[in-house]
Design a binder for this molecule. Structure first.
Ligand code: PEP
Ligand code: MG
Length: 901
């Protein structure tokens, strides 16, 4: 056998190193690296992940030469640790642990104290001078081995663990409560009782031979790679089946050998704030699990992090060991150039390092640590940018719940728009506005929202809907507003009539009751959970500046008010990629004029109503152009079906009839005539503009008049990009473009101003992507509307897919919700074809994306790869997109992205 299946480490050297994670697993590679750095690591060896593959290929057998390799490696460990495997006087004991390429916490098996038997336990007692400790270690080993290797465990969830039952009975017999109250004699008896349990339950003797024990444990660890827990975890986290796990066999060291021993965990910097201070916790005379188990309260490691004078720090209790620890942590951080999460044990005054890994951290800490490390010269700007996970920035941009506050979760929906909101429940938009206007904080709870609800949504702290997915109206609008939203929360049963909602028999929430929503997790909680406001510190701005220097594609925003535009500008948006004009028609008197237009019987009537809308639209555009101060602004012409502007409920229809001075009948007839079986595929988008050209003309006029007036009044040259929605044929494109160009000519002549503008289209119908070469003859830009493109490409209704999509994702039929993360494999092809064909006709065709995917990191990387000019997303996702775009550029530079040939 030529392959090297085993790598040793210890005594200041190792055969492996940090770069060998694939072969040695994360833990093995780090142990080797620490050894190479001269850091005291208990000696040991790693059996490779490759061996795991061979083991399964050989039908759970090993190549015969592995036995000798293991014997040689143990001999080396014996030499370094000055102890002997199986020796009754001075026994070497080992741990056997799993370790895959990526950490799979708790998913695979571990055996500790291996090598103990009836003889070697005496040696351990002699070496430690502590009889109770010896028997307790032995008792724990037999229990662990019996469970993990020999499989004596509860048959089902309802069954009790046989070892725990025995422990419990023993305590009852002795009249004691805690494990710590067992005497050495009790523990010795327990060892025998446990062995008898194994014999009885499994029909095998507990193996006294340490070599047999070792093989059993190695096999169990390899076997646990294919255990149910590990398989499920791999599936959930997309870890390939064929990676395999390594097995780490390492000398045991003990932190519970007396008052000159201890164990602890520490972070080289504060993982919550990122502050550059070493901090951690330890326990004297204890084993690692005691620190985490919470039975004894650990003490701070150093004086500077002490928070009450009664605490004894490691720095005071064991100054020598502390000094070594300090040297080591500095060395490790410098070596890995990242914040480390470390574990250590002190055995009889000597410090041993058991683990080091890059520490998990909050978004705030990630940003601070990255910026500090650039300043300290540890990393460069590119590395700093790479270290921040784009989706984690959400934590910095929205208020979050105080992690210390108690919470009572009653239901979970889709995390549609991040944030933390608490307020009193109201069930309709008017109430939301009325309550908010008198100073109440409200949460708007709706079965689903429609454009009519916009006012109430705006005034609410957060929105909860029972139906609708991630691109439902509520979700899109809430994200646009930077407002917390939990959508599609099926467990919530709403009764508008009774003004209450129920969650099974768990809770009944009435109008006026307080609830809290977590838009990042989808949790719905009873009561008002307190929130904390995040600080956008200078470090955040710094990282974003570096990201901007690196990224290649532009980042715009989807905004349709001057206020949102300003928010997005503050977040670094470089233009508007989508201004949805329909949202502008709901405020105050506008909806009246809009309804008048819809009710009109002929073109003349429509024109009259549209003339009323014109000044509103013009003012809206003027405000947006002004805020955007010369940056490009893409304005999309009216898109939704007209029925969305009419009330659906009887009472509201009656009210509308009264207001408009028409009969209820007329309103009802109009609503009925506009009814469509499939409105998403119906009379919407450019189809409205084609059949009612006066709508397109009015909107184009408003855009150009606003731009001309802004030039005349404020000397600002705006860059309008007029965008036609839902184009599927060239004919539609030509029809609408002609109207727009003619209107522009007229307005420029009237105003005496000439302005540069563009006319382009959304590509959101699959056919449009396929005939993109023809469309590009008339369109100066494309913006991919991937919400509709996903809807029509998959044939999944945006509004109804919430009923089955979560199951599809759970079952692995789809890797992710394609309305959240762009389906690169399928819909991505349509995007690529659209760009390629479009640019074949028009080389300089400007291409962007304005579907919800424009702010989703993986999709942004895709957009970079296919050569888009920009992405556009809701204001609060602009920083995320900027960072993701920088990641894309870095990956590209580093050759991770294979360019399409
Ligand atoms: C889209 O379809 O991706 C899009 C941006 O338009 P809307 O969501 O308004 O349909
Ligand atoms: Mg669309």
């Amino acid at each position: 056998m030529s392959a090297k299946y085993l790598y040793t480490f210890g005594d200041g050297k190792a055969e492996g190193q940090a770069g060998m994670k694939n072969l040695l697993g994360g833990k093995g590679a780090n142990l080797a690296e620490m050894s190479n750095l001269g850091i005291p690591v208990p000696a040991g060896f790693t059996i490779t992940t490759e061996m795991c593959t061979v083991y399964y290929q050989m039908d759970r057998k090993y190549p015969p030469e592995l036995d000798q390799k293991i014997r040689d490696a143990i001999a080396q460990v014996e030499k370094i640790m000055r102890a002997k495997f199986g020796d009754p006087v001075n026994p070497l004991l080992v741990s056997v642990r799993s370790g895959a390429r990526v950490s799979m916490p708790g998913m695979m098996d571990t055996v500790l104290n291996l090598g103990l038997n009836d003889q070697t336990v005496q040696g351990l007692i002699k070496q430690s001078g502590n009889e109770r400790f010896g028997w307790d270690s032995y008792r724990r080993f037999v229990q662990m081995y019996g469970d993990v290797v020999l499989g004596l465990k509860p048959e089902s969830k309802e069954d009790e663990d046989p070892f725990e039952v025995a422990l419990h009975e023993k305590k009852k017999k002795l009249g004691i409560k805690l494990d710590t109250e067992f005497s050495a004699k009790d523990l010795r008896e327990l060892v025998q009782e446990f062995k008898a349990l194994i014999k009885k339950g499994k029909g095998v003797e507990f193996p006294e031979d340490p070599w047999k024990q070792l093989w059993g444990a190695i096999e169990a660890v390899f076997g646990s790679w294919n255990g149910a827990r590990a398989i499920k975890y791999r599936k959930l986290n997309g870890i390939p089946e064929d990676w395999g796990t390594a097995v780490n066999v390492q000398a045991m060291v003990y932190g519970n050998m007396g008052e000159d021993s201890g164990t602890g965990v520490a972070f080289t910097r504060d993982p919550a704030t990122g502050n550059n201070m070493f901090f951690g916790e330890y326990l004297l005379n204890a084993q690692g699990e005691d620190v985490v188990a919470g039975i004894r309260t650990p003490e701070p490691v150093n004086e500077s992090t002490k928070n009450n004078p009664g605490q004894t720090t490691l720095q005071k209790a064991m100054p020598e060991a502390y000094k070594t620890l300090e040297e080591i942590y500095l060395n490790l951080e410098k070596h890995y150039t990242d914040m480390q999460d470390i574990e250590f044990t002190i055995q009889k005054g000597k410090l041993w390092m058991l683990q080091t890994r890059n520490g998990k951290r909050t978004a705030q800490a990630a940003v601070k640590i990255a910026v500090d490390m650039v300043r300290e010269g540890l990393i460069d700007k590119k590395t700093a940018v790479k270290r921040i996970v784009p989706s984690q920035l959400d934590q910095l941009l929205h208020p979050t719940f105080d992690p210390k506050a108690p919470k009572k979760v009653i239901a979970k929906g889709l995390p549609a728009s991040p944030g933390a909101a608490a307020g009193r429940v109201v069930f309709n938009s008017d109430d939301a506005e009325a309550w908010a206007n008198r100073g109440e904080k409200v949460i708007l709870v709706r079965i689903e929202t429609s454009p009519e609800d916009i006012g109430g949504m705006d005034k609410s702290q957060g929105i909860l809907t029972a139906f609708g997915g991630m691109t439902s109206h509520a979700a899109v609008v809430a994200r646009g507003m930077g407002k917390c939203c939990v959508a599609g929360c099926g467990a919530v049963e709403i009764s508008y009539k009774d003004k209450q909602f129920t969650v099974g028999d768990k809770a009944t929430v009435k109008e006026g009751d307080w609830i809290s929503l977590n838009g990042s997790t989808g949790e719905v909680m009873l009561g008002a959970v307190p929130t904390v406001k995040p600080e956008l510190s200078g470090d955040f701005g710094q990282v974003m500046k570096w990201a901007d220097e690196i990224r290649k594609i532009g980042v715009r925003t989807n905004a349709d008010t001057p206020k949102d535009s300003q928010v997005a500008l503050d977040f670094g948006a470089e233009g508007i990629g989508l201004c949805r004009t329909e949202h502008m028609f709901f405020e105050g008197d506008r909806i009246k004029a809009m309804r008048e237009m819809i009710l009109a019987d002929d073109t003349e009537g429509r024109k009259k109503a549209l003339a009323k809308l014109l000044p509103y639209q013009r003012d809206d555009f003027y405000g947006i152009f002004k805020v955007m101060a010369g940056r490009p602004v893409t304005i999309r012409l009216l898109d939704p079906p007209l029925h969305e502007f009419l009330p659906q409920e009887d009472a509201n229809q009656a009210e509308m009839a009264k207001e408009m001075n028409v009969s209820v009948e007329k309103v009802k007839n109009k609503v009925a005539s506009l009814h469509e079986l499939n409105p998403m595929l119906g009379h919407r988008g450019c189809r409205l503009g084609v059949t009612y050209p006066e709508i397109t003309e009015m909107q184009a006029r408003a855009i150009f008049e606003a731009a001309c007036q802004l030039r005349k009044k404020e000397k600002i040259d705006s860059k309008p990009e007029v965008m036609i929605p839902l184009i599927g044929t060239v004919g539609e494109m030509v029809n609408q473009k002609t109207l727009i160009v003619e209107t522009a000519k007229k307005v420029f002549a009237e105003q005496g101003v000439e302005l540069h503008y563009m006319v382009g289209t959304m590509i959101e119908i699959p056919r449009a992507a396929l005939v993109a070469d023809k469309i590009a003859e008339h369109a100066e830009f494309f913006s991919f509307g991937t919400n509709d493109l996903t809807q029509m490409g998959f044939g999944y209704s945006r509004d109804d897919a919430g009923r089955f999509l979560p199951s599809y994702v759970d079952m692995g039929i789809l890797p992710e919700d394609p309305f959240q993360v762009l389906d690169q494999e399928g819909i991505g092809q349509l995007v690529q074809i659209g760009i390629e064909r479009g640019r074949k006709t028009r080389k300089d065709l400007k291409v962007g994306i304005c579907g919800e995917h424009g702010g989703e990191p993986k999709s942004v990387i895709f957009c970079h790869r296919v050569g888009m000019n920009y992405v556009s997303c809701s204001p609060y996702r602009v920083p995320i997109a900027r960072l993701a775009a920088a990641h894309a550029a870095i990956e590209d530079q580093e050759g991770k992205i294979e360019r399409d040939k």
